[in-house]
Write a protein that binds this ligand. Structure first.
Ligand SMILES: NC(=O)c1ccc[n+]([C@@H]2O[C@H](COP(=O)([O-])OP(=O)(O)OC[C@H]3O[C@@H](n4cnc5c(N)ncnc54)[C@H](O)[C@@H]3O)[C@@H](O)[C@H]2O)c1
Length: 401
């Protein structure tokens, strides 16, 4: 079985690493820089060790490429490309479309095409299949399936092997072949009745997180106005052994999934005349958190941040990763600058970002902790400025939500 994985980012490289234990894998990516690095055995993704990548390359099981012709004789092609929002905050399927073009123009024999990219219900049936057929010079009857990816980069307790995997084919043959493929490296496969159910389930999982995060972010503001601790209240509520799941407040949501996927669901819902008001409002609450935090910081500092040096500690969207996509820290920085603060940031995992480099963890008037990586010392944070505001609940002794 020869497998092509289109897109060698968080999802695609992770799948490549697992699949290439037993199968021949071609990792296709449009970025020559990424491909060059991967072929040198250098991983750019947390959770995929460079040593493992080198082993796979040396065993002849894995190679990366930018050449579409390398996928021509594959039995299985997995799509793992970005599905962002466009500048109107609508689903942007241009990366999927270009993956379809690569597949249509190069895949020369009947194969199974699996989409792992997150998108709205109907994407496989009404977009991916027709686009691949449009780009093919001769019609080849490929099989099509969806298996939405659930990887959580940086997480060590759940991975491709022990995270149950949803899937559905457009035909029973596609479902059977999909099961055969994933059962080579995944313990539990959950087949659902249609690709649309699998696509919707993935969106709903992340929407569930989005609205619960929004709820706790709103509650943090309520608790502050009532003069009670949000954290103590959440701990108290968590003692209920059923019917409660604890989420914690933050500067907002980041990453490729939680700020984006619910909008895919809302967009398709609204197209079908089903208003997604709850999802839309949750998105707004999470986006507004950065402004609320900056207002709290200003209020504690005699109402003005003009000319004050503010260090934002942690700009990755979550702890222990270098990923800054959609990070809430960006909005925090924007609001601080709008109020005249002189802003720098410290995050040695991220290193450089938006043309700026990570600053030393010291010497500021004010520090705002947006993300707390495990290896950043709490005492160092507290010493970095005379006033420290923590949005993470992980810096005892600081002011915070
Ligand atoms: N990152 C996550 O935690 C996560 C989790 C579950 C699902 N997803 C979903 O998986 C999909 C991929 O996300 P990701 O985080 O791996 O993205 P990513 O940005 O980390 O990686 C995408 C890769 O695809 C490449 N690429 C873009 N267009 C291409 C094309 N036409 N052909 C070949 N390569 C192309 C890019 O160069 C990049 O290396 C998205 O739909 C995302 O929502 C992501």
């Amino acid at each position: 079985m020869k497998v092509a994985i289109i897109g060698q980012g968080y999802v695609g490289l992770t799948i490549s690493a697992f699949a290439s234990e037993n199968l021949d894998v071609v990792g296709f990516d449009s970025s020559q820089k990424i491909v060059n690095q991967l072929n040198l055995g250098i991983s750019h993704i947390e959770g995929v060790d460079s040593s493992l990548l080198k082993n796979r390359i040396n065993s002849g099981r894995y190679k990366a490429t930018t050449s579409g012709s390398e996928i021509s004789d594959c039995d299985i092609v997995v799509i793992a490309v970005p599905t962002p929002l466009n500048d109107k905050r609508k689903p942007d399927l241009t990366f999927i479309d270009s993956a379809c073009k690569t597949i249509g123009q190069n895949l020369a024999r009947p194969a199974l095409v699996i989409n792992e990219s997150t998108s709205f219900p109907g994407t496989l049936r009404n977009f991916i299949k027709p686009q691949i057929e449009k780009y093919s010079s001769v019609l080849i009857n490929h099989m099509y399936a969806i298996s939405p990816e659930r990887v959580d980069p940086g997480r060590v307790d759940f991975n491709q092997k022990n995270t149950p995997r949803l899937f559905a084919g457009l035909t029973p043959e596609a479902s059977a072949k999909t099961r055969e493929f994933y059962s080579k490296f995944c313990d539990q496969l959950v087949e659902v009745s249609s690709p649309e159910v699998a696509e919707a389930a993935k969106l709903f999982e992340n929407t569930f997180r989005q609205v619960n995060i929004a709820l706790v972010n709103e509650f943090a503001q309520i608790a502050h106005s009532l003069g009670i601790s949000v954290y103590e209240t959440l701990d108290a509520a968590s003692t209920k052994p059923y019917g409660f799941m604890k989420f914690t407040p933050s500067a907002g949501v980041g990453g490729h999934c939680i700020p984006v996927d619910p909008t895919y669901l809302a967009a398709v819902a609204e197209e079908h005349g089903a208003p997604a008001t709850f999802i839309r409002r949750a998105n707004e609450v999470n986006l507004e958190m950065s402004k609320y935090i900056v207002e709290r910081v200003a209020a504690d500092n005699s109402g003005s941040l003009t000319g004050k040096s503010v260090l934002v500690v942690g700009v990755a969207y979550k702890p222990n990763v270098a990923d800054v996509r959609e990070t809430a820290a960006e909005l925090v920085i924007e609001h601080l600058r709008q109020r005249g603060a002189v802003v720098s940031w410290h995050d040695d995992l991220v290193g450089s970002w938006n043309g700026e480099n990570s600053a030393p963890l010291s010497g500021a008037d004010i520090a705002v902790v947006a993300t707390k990586h495990d290896d950043v010392n709490v005492q160092d944070i507290l010493r970095s400025a005379p006033y420290v505001f923590d949005t993470t609940g992980k810096v005892p002794g600081a002011k915070g939500l």
